[in-house]
Design a protein around this ligand. Structure first.
Ligand SMILES: [Zn+2]
Ligand SMILES: [Zn+2]
Length: 246
């Protein structure tokens, strides 16, 4: 029991706060691990019941560079990992079993991790050079994963003529400096992440709103003060308060 006037030393308070934060963080980590384990178990269960193959997990890894000599005389069908990504609906009547591994034919591929990732590149790019899904490799931004998809209201403020790219061509965490235009027609420039992560808005509108707030606050204060004074005047001089002798 702390005596009146007794203060807990600041370092002890800090230690307690730090321990509390550590415990909260480890509790949370345990909770996340549990949820993931549950989810993984249910997915595995479903997969075994339906007889589905296990999809690759995590970030795609760059394939180890292939030996150039191995491409000679081979067909695309000799690369089972590439055949998995062959976009059957996009390549019409092309047959991976007849397509030379070194072919410069441009064909369509579909990402194993995200079905919406469909891209086109030469067969040789994938057999000679280890190119992978450009959307996962951060080379290209898929429109469904772009700023426009996640923050449509920011896409509305994207300046239509002063930017090289469109809002469906950048990610929501992009550090690219972009020119914005608000509803009032103010223009300013800010990196994308500042608008999405920090939620910053139009600085000119902010200044106007702050000024309006200050003005409204002053008006309110004056009205309150005048009102209070008036009440006092009325109470003192004009009307006797209820219960008081006249
Ligand atoms: Zn992908
Ligand atoms: Zn504005």
């Amino acid at each position: 029991m702390a005596r009146p006037g007794h203060r807990v030393p600041a370092p002890l308070v800090r230690d307690a706060a730090r321990r509390w934060r550590q415990r909260a963080a480890s509790d949370h980590a345990a909770w996340v691990r549990e949820r993931l384990a549950e989810r993984y178990a249910s997915e595995t269960d479903l997969r075994t019941r339906l007889g589905l193959p296990v999809p690759p997990a995590g970030r795609p890894k760059r394939a180890s560079p292939r030996e150039a000599s191995s491409v000679r005389g081979l067909h695309l069908a000799d690369y089972p990992d590439l055949v998995l990504e062959w976009a059957w609906e996009g390549n019409a009547d092309l047959d991976p079993a007849r397509l030379a591994a070194g072919s410069h034919e441009r064909v369509a591929w579909r990402c194993l991790l995200t079905a919406a990732h469909v891209w086109e590149t030469k067969v040789a790019d994938r057999t000679y050079h280890d190119s992978a899904c450009p959307y996962h490799m951060g080379v290209r931004v898929h429109p469904a994963e772009s700023l426009a998809a996640y923050f449509p209201w920011l896409a509305l403020e994207w300046h239509p003529t002063r930017n090289a790219l469109r809002p469906d061509q950048v990610t929501r965490a992009s550090a690219r400096e972009v020119v914005w235009r608000c509803e009032q027609g103010h223009e300013w420039s800010a990196p994308v992440y500042q608008r999405t992560l920090s939620g910053s808005g139009c600085p000119a509108c902010y200044r106007l709103e702050a000024a309006a707030r200050t003005k409204a606050g002053k008006t309110r204060a004056r009205r309150d003060r005048d009102g209070a004074a008036m009440t006092k005047v009325v109470a003192l001089h004009v009307l006797p308060t209820e219960g008081e002798a006249v």
